[in-house]
Design a protein around this ligand. Structure first.
Ligand code: MN3
Length: 267
């Protein structure tokens, strides 16, 4: 079936623009002017065949790319286990169940395709795929947006883009934190390249995500996402979501974000 890497199917791939690349070369130095080399240093491959395993229309829960206790003390092992082994696995099962009830969707197996055209899905499975397909996509990336050796700041093109849009990393981070703290109920906060090419911080309720055109206020390509559902932090942080958000930056995997961002600016 379609196993193309997600980043090459992005609608943004053909739209370079957004930032003046020659100027970026000056900002980022020699490495930024040679994206191929830079990519091997500060990014890592994003491939749906490993991050969102799928075969013959059946999606599989991807194994966590590190041990359940690897993000301690930021994220405790019990939370990671429940989050991955129960919540994520359930989204995956429910997504597959819905797809099995709508065989006409076989031609749209890429999760990104399903989510970007929610309103075209059969009414009988639309809501289920929105919630569980969103849950599947969001969490599949969320595991990769974290790493035991995380933290620090983004590099290369993303570093320069954040500087251009927000002034500096710290300002972006504060804005992201404020956005995440203000999500009412369950949802996600995102750093995205919006469809208008603007680097933007936005939030979505439940398991919605910025791929969902016609559903979310600001559609675009996710670069970084934070789960602010209580199941992602309550065991350790109780009701103190602000503390969870502040600590989360210690495990952020900027390589994943760098790669996703590079995919939106390449030809
Ligand atoms: Mn979650």
């Amino acid at each position: 079936m379609n196993t193309s890497p997600m980043i090459t199917t992005s609608p943004y791939v053909s739209r370079r623009k957004f930032l003046n690349l020659s100027r970026l070369a000056l900002v980022g130095g020699v490495l930024a002017s040679t994206p191929q080399i830079w990519a091997t240093l500060d990014s890592e491959p994003i491939d749906t065949t490993s991050i969102m395993p799928e075969a013959s229309g059946i999606f599989k829960a991807a194994p966590l790319p590190y041990a359940y206790d690897a993000l301690e003390p930021t994220i405790d092992a019990e939370t990671m286990h429940l989050h991955h082994n129960k919540h994520y696995v359930t989204y995956t099962k429910n997504l597959n169940k819905a797809l099995s009830q709508a065989p006409e969707l076989k031609s749209k197996q890429l999760i990104t395709e399903l989510l970007s055209d929610i309103h075209s899905l059969p009414a009988s499975v639309q809501k289920i795929i929105r919630n569980n397909g969103g849950g599947y996509y969001n969490h599949s990336l969320f595991w990769r947006w974290m790493t035991p050796n995380g933290g620090g700041t983004p590099k290369g093109l993303l570093e320069a883009a954040i500087k251009e849009k927000f002034g500096d990393f710290s300002t972006m981070q504060k804005k992201f934190n404020k956005e995440a703290a203000s999500v009412f109920g369950s949802g996600w906060t995102w750093l995205i390249v919006a469809d208008n090419s603007d680097l933007t911080i936005t939030s979505t309720p439940n398991q919605d995500n910025p791929l969902m055109k016609g559903v979310v206020e600001t559609p675009g390509q996710p670069i970084l996402g934070l789960d602010v559902w209580e199941h992602s932090y309550y065991l350790k942080y109780k009701n103190d979501r602000t503390k969870y958000i502040a600590a989360w930056w210690n495990v952020v995997n900027w390589k994943t974000a760098n790669t996703l961002f590079a995919s939106t600016t390449s030809q």
